[in-house]
Design a protein around this ligand. Structure first.
Ligand code: UDP
Ligand code: MG
Length: 139
């Protein structure tokens, strides 16, 4: 299954702007199958754990505050070449640099409030999916 799964979150800015439906439609249209999905909210402690890899970066505190500021949608997605294809679909971290037609180009507010998360490796996708879902919640 290596390479066929990725993990995503629709972040608080996109949820509060009413863009869950638009973003899920783009994900489906791009050929991703949803294996698990929930509307949930991160505590600041859990946001800190999820983004522990960024703990030494200057934006870590703000990132944790923002990611715990409101509801998110967490999901595990399946498609051939999922990691790379999903990163292409969401676009660059900073929407200013995101390609036309990408989710971040369309829906991100800024480099911080950038609408969606996408895993950057098989290993992280596995860890991130397990952070939110038990084996009984996945198809
Ligand atoms: N981020 C930020 N400022 C930055 C870089 C990143 O606030 O200068 C936030 C942003 O929400 C980003 C997240 O931290 O999505 C994780 O950063 P990463 O470099 O992993 O970007 P991504 O993989 O999400 O494109
Ligand atoms: Mg990343």
């Amino acid at each position: 299954m290596a390479g066929n799964r990725t993990f995503t979150m629709i972040k608080p800015d996109a949820v509060s702007a009413g863009n869950i439906g638009n973003i899920l439609a783009m994900i489906n249209k791009a050929g991703f199958k949803i294996l698990a999905m929930k509307l949930t909210k991160l505590s600041s402690e859990n946001a800190g754990k999820f983004y522990a890899v960024h703990s030494s970066r200057p934006f870590y505190g703000e990132l944790c505050d923002y990611m715990s500021s409101g509801p998110i949608v967490a999901a595990i997605l399946e498609k051939e070449n999922a990691i790379e294809d999903f990163r292409k679909l969401i676009g660059a971290t900073d929407p200013i640099n995101a390609a036309e037609g990408t989710i971040r180009k369309l829906y991100a507010n800024s480099i911080a409030e950038n609408a969606v998360h996408g895993s950057d490796s098989d290993e992280n996708s596995q860890m991130e999916g397990s952070f939110f879902f038990s084996q009984f919640e996945r198809f």
